[in-house]
Design a protein around this ligand. Structure first.
Ligand SMILES: Nc1ncnc2c1ncn2[C@@H]1O[C@H](COP(=O)(O)OP(=O)(O)OP(=O)(O)O)[C@@H](O)[C@H]1O
Length: 236
């Protein structure tokens, strides 16, 4: 297992949101995390990325115990994160957004543009065209491509994606989904994705976990089970 969560718990103040979540992601797999709104999917991804603390349980990554490791240490260990709502730096250009994260990961002040792997521009050719534009001026779809590109620039071993096509124009959704498929097939990236569209989750991931009220209530294979069997647990 590349990632192992054991009895993971998380809370907002007094209000516990994750209850003893056990979950693993095998190297090379894509895993879909699904469930209705508010069940704790984002919280679970945030705790894996380290932007939110575990209040109980353990997290192991690549065999190392990272339970107490802060977010930047987990990024350095190879956990790449594309949070919900994208979070690009609005006042920095596209290129600066890509290089600033790399510099932080490498513990240096600056990284040159040439340090960014060419496959990122190959996956998202638009980023080259708009390289000097401030990220805050980009469309939602462009910001999402940038956020994914930035996470990939750190050459992660695991990519966490929180609803990557949420709130994005339908014609751009297809482009992003196509890029995600290429990230799987061409880079062999291990991915944990929060995804509300079951059709995409099923065609993209090998396995799934369904969350309800802060717990994983069902897990299985997308290869041997149909999305229809699960949809009643996800749709309102
Ligand atoms: N910052 C916060 N402070 C307090 N409670 C929060 C906070 N963020 C989320 N919650 C609560 O925690 C629970 C889980 O939220 P979370 O966002 O993880 O769910 P989700 O499954 O990702 O939902 P969505 O698909 O709507 O993002 C919800 O009840 C939510 O109201």
């Amino acid at each position: 297992m590349l990632l192992e969560l054991e009895s993971a718990c998380a809370a907002y103040g007094q209000s516990q949101v994750l209850w003893n979540v056990d979950m693993g992601v095998t190297q090379g797999d894509a895993v879909a995390l699904i469930g209705r709104n508010g069940v704790g999917k984002t919280t679970l991804l945030n705790t894996i990325a380290g932007v939110q603390k575990l209040t109980g349980g353990r997290l192991r990554f690549g065999g190392d115990d990272l339970t107490s490791t802060p977010a930047h240490g987990r990024a350095r260990a190879g956990i790449g994160f594309v949070p919900q709502g994208r979070h690009v730096f609005p006042h920095l250009s596209v290129m600066e957004n890509l290089t600033v994260g790399l510099a932080a990961l490498a513990g240096r002040k600056a990284v040159k543009e040439s340090g960014i792997a060419s496959h990122i521009f190959d996956l998202f050719p638009k980023l080259t065209q708009i390289r000097n534009r401030k990220a805050g001026l980009l469309s939602g779809g462009e910001q999402q491509q940038l956020a994914i590109g930035r996470a990939l620039a750190g050459q992660p071993r695991l990519l966490l994606l929180d609803e990557p096509t949420e709130g994005i124009q339908p014609n751009v959704v297809q482009q992003i989904e196509a890029a995600l498929r290429r990230i799987r097939t061409e880079l062999g990236m291990t991915i944990l994705i929060v995804e509300q569209y079951l059709d995409f989750a099923w065609s993209f991931a090998e396995s799934y976990h369904v969350m309800q009220r802060g717990q994983i209530i069902r897990s299985g294979s997308t290869q041997t089970e149909s999305a229809d069997e699960i949809s009643h647990l996800v749709n309102i």
